[in-house]
Design a protein around this ligand. Structure first.
Ligand code: UGA
Length: 434
């Protein structure tokens, strides 16, 4: 099939590349000339495991092309994906200007039947808006479909190629048939393509992300309570998670959720509720608790250093909002670093991928280390903010030698408490005995 993808951000690029992988002819459109030039030369503009291999293979096979011309994109695709940014407005709602501006152009330029697919996370009612903006100028038939994506950064290629489900919001049989045909290679294992109306599809995405953010936040509260009463959150998690109604995943407590999705989507659903006079009380709490959770270790660090962090060297491992990404949006590390800097601490930081992004934001306020061990030299303590695999089994005797004091504050519960104490460390983590 002929596919166009408008917008080559994270979602657009993964969608375009994976659709080319199943034999479709894909053109990706972006207004950023330099980025398009790079992609034409086979350079993947984001860090995402396995994407580079698929990218190269499909460019070579001539199935994946890039252009800055919206007109070329609109001419090419039978199905046109909108994978445009929907940034958070000042009031927390999603800013639809990119989506609606491109829709206006689509209306003016399409010459034959097209399916326009909303792939971005957009508020309930957007498909309807997109439809009416296109209809103002369109001289041919078209359908608008909502098809939210459920990709996780770091696992996006796998999530796209082997989705647990595909949600399609469509009220047109013609469009539904095309979408089913497009996605059939991805659901051969029997996972469902769930067809529903456009509004329900749009809400499914917000509901799924908000539920997961709530699940994590619930566990963070249980962890905080465990500390008060001397229970162990790992045990509670194991006991709860084995109930298949609850499930084992997304029950890991820590210093809060971050990223470009959960924080934005929870706030957007909260705001969308307010717009129709519905107060999502549970989301109000989730936002408040998560914001406090990001610096939950700060009082513990202060108390360890007797409220005097001035001039203390703190090593930080992990800056990205989660492992396997260079993304630092809403990363808990940022809140921790800002709080520690405000208290006069000096920070020696290391992350396998996110250092350039952090450097852009913090400049010379931080010391950037070349390796996880270099960050420990002369450090008074180690603080872990992201659970990259390389931090999971470090050389503890080296760590002990390098740190001035054997103290680890762990925001991601990487180590077994008894084992690490046996190695001679003071170990403070989340929801477990100190
Ligand atoms: C999330 C969803 O998982 C995807 O399904 C969705 O498509 C995506 O948002 C999106 O809307 O685009 P992502 O933000 O990439 O994906 O990351 P997750 O792996 O879900 O992690 C989000 C945050 O929750 C991270 O900060 C992570 O550290 C935190 N988390 C996750 C926990 O604190 N505990 C857990 O048990 C799981």
């Amino acid at each position: 099939m002929k596919i166009s993808v408008i917008g080559t951000g994270y979602v657009g690029l993964v969608t375009g590349t994976c659709l080319a992988e199943t034999g479709n002819e894909v053109i990706c459109v972006d207004i950023d000339k330099a980025k398009v030039e790079k992609m034409r030369n086979g350079i993947v503009p984001i860090y995402e495991p396995h994407l580079d291999v698929l990218f190269e293979r499909n460019i070579k096979a001539n199935r994946l092309k890039f252009t800055t011309s919206l007109e070329e994109g609109l001419d090419h695709g039978d199905i046109i994906f909108l994978a445009l940014p929907t940034p958070e407005d000042e009031d927390g709602s999603a800013d639809l200007s990119y989506v609606l501006n491109v829709s206006e152009e689509i209306g003016k330029k399409i010459k034959e039947y097209k399916v326009i697919v909303d792939k971005s996370t957009v508020p309930v009612g957007t498909a309807e808006k997109v439809h009416s903006v296109i209809a103002k100028n369109a001289s041919c038939e078209f359908d608008v479909v909502s098809n939210p994506e459920f990709l996780r950064e770091g696992f996006a290629v796998d999530d796209f190629l082997k989705p647990e489900r595909i949600v399609v919001g469509s009220s047109s049989e013609r469009a539904t048939a095309l979408m089913k045909k497009l996605y059939s290679p991805f659901v051969r294992s029997g996972n469902p393509i769930i067809i529903m109306d456009e509004k329900s599809a749009e809400l499914t995405k917000y509901a799924a992300n908000s539920f997961l953010a709530t699940k994590i936040t619930f566990m963070n509260e249980i962890a905080n309570y465990c500390e008060k009463v001397g229970a162990d959150v790992d045990m509670v998690r194991a006991g709860m998670g084995t109930d298949s109604r609850i499930g084992k995943r997304f029950l890991f407590p820590g210093i809060g959720y971050g990223g470009s999705c959960f924080p934005k989507d929870v706030k957007a659903l909260q705001k969308a509720g307010k717009d129709v006079d519905y107060d999502f009380k549970i989301l109000n709490s989730v936002i408040e608790i998560n914001s406090a959770q990001k610096t939950i270790l700060l009082p513990k660090i202060e108390s360890y250093f007797k409220n005097d962090l001035k001039g203390k060297n703190i090593a930080i491992w992990g800056l990205a909002f989660k492992p396997e990404t260079d993304d630092i949006r809403e990363a808990p590390s940022i809140d921790m670093m800002e709080a520690l800097l405000a208290k006069g601490a000096k920070l020696q930081v290391f992350d396998p991928e996110a250092m350039p992004n952090i450097e852009k934001r913090f400049g010379n306020k931080l010391n950037y280390s070349e390796s996880m061990y270099a960050a420990l030299e002369n450090a008074d303590a180690l603080l872990i903010c992201t659970e990259w695999s390389i931090f999971r089994t470090p050389n503890f005797s080296k760590l002990n030698q390098l740190l001035k004091q054997p103290i680890i504050f762990d925001g991601r519960n990487l180590y077994n408490v008894n084992e690490i104490e046996a190695e001679g460390f003071t170990y403070i983590s989340i929801g477990r005995k100190a």
